[in-house]
Design a protein around this ligand. Sequence first.
Ligand code: BJW
Ligand code: ZN
Length: 242
Amino acid sequence: MQETLIQAVRGRLEETESLTVLTGAGISADSGVPTFRGPEGLWKNFRPEELASPGAFEQTPQLVWEWYNWRRESLATKQPNAAHVALVELEKRVKNFWLITQNVDGLHPAAGSRNLSEIHGNIWHVRCTACGKREINRTIPLPLLPYCQCGGLLRPHIVWFGESLDPEDLKQSFQALESCEILLIIGTSGVVYPAASFASVAKNQGAFVVEVNVEVNPHSEFVDMSIQGRAKDVVPQLLPCP
Ligand code: BJW
Ligand code: ZN
């Protein structure tokens, strides 16, 4: 059954000139990165409002940085998996390809993805709360109160709850969703907005929507095809024959 679905999607990918992909934490789960929700998820042990919110950073920046130092230390040991690599291959083969990721782990760029919007930011980037300067910083651990040359406090370049996404990222994402023939959704629970609405944007303009996930989620009921399985097993099988 799954094999038939995979073959059908592979056939469509062989023909298409326009593919948009939306990924979530599930694609990195196969690299050993914890997801957010579910029994083993990060939010099982940490409350989002205490760590991933502008209010938390205002009140206890040391605690927030301690948490990010811990995550950076763990992520530094993780590598892209076969699913990340397969998406790089799809980018090479499909004329108009855009990858929208909610992941902040940097594993898509590490694999070699270029046509990419990291809509929730990147854990390896820091931003100054005073002058706004953004830069890559891979130091582990960072001081619990890291400062910019201008004297301002640095924060992780990550979109926390209640914060707006970068307008450029949003513009690019909507352009990709509104023009794609196929939307492939991999490993997201589909509960965090605005990404949770992306599937319907693509579906409403006539895109064929496929999801790959280990379990049923809010997207499942209206997608055109739902492939159940682990990203690292399924996504490489979707590659059209060379
Ligand atoms: C596998 C697998 C394998 C496992 N293979 N699959 C009420 C209604 C509507 C909206 C709101 C509302 N109240 C508040 C809001 C807005 C809020 C929101 O959406 N909240 C909802 C929770 C309700 N959104 C925002 O605040 C956003 N900003 C915004 O909307 O601005 C305007 C605005 C502001 C205020 C009010 C209203 C509007 C910003 C959201 C930023 C989210 N950032 C986070 C945290 C980053 C912190 C950090 O990482 O350091 O980003 S939240 C967290 O969830 C993280 C993720 O990117 C994001 C999505 O999670 P994802 O990727 O789906 O992971 P999981 O764990 O949920 O799911 C994993 C999936 O993988 C599961 O389905 C598994 O089955 C699957 N899986 N292994 C394939 N091997
Ligand atoms: Zn600064």
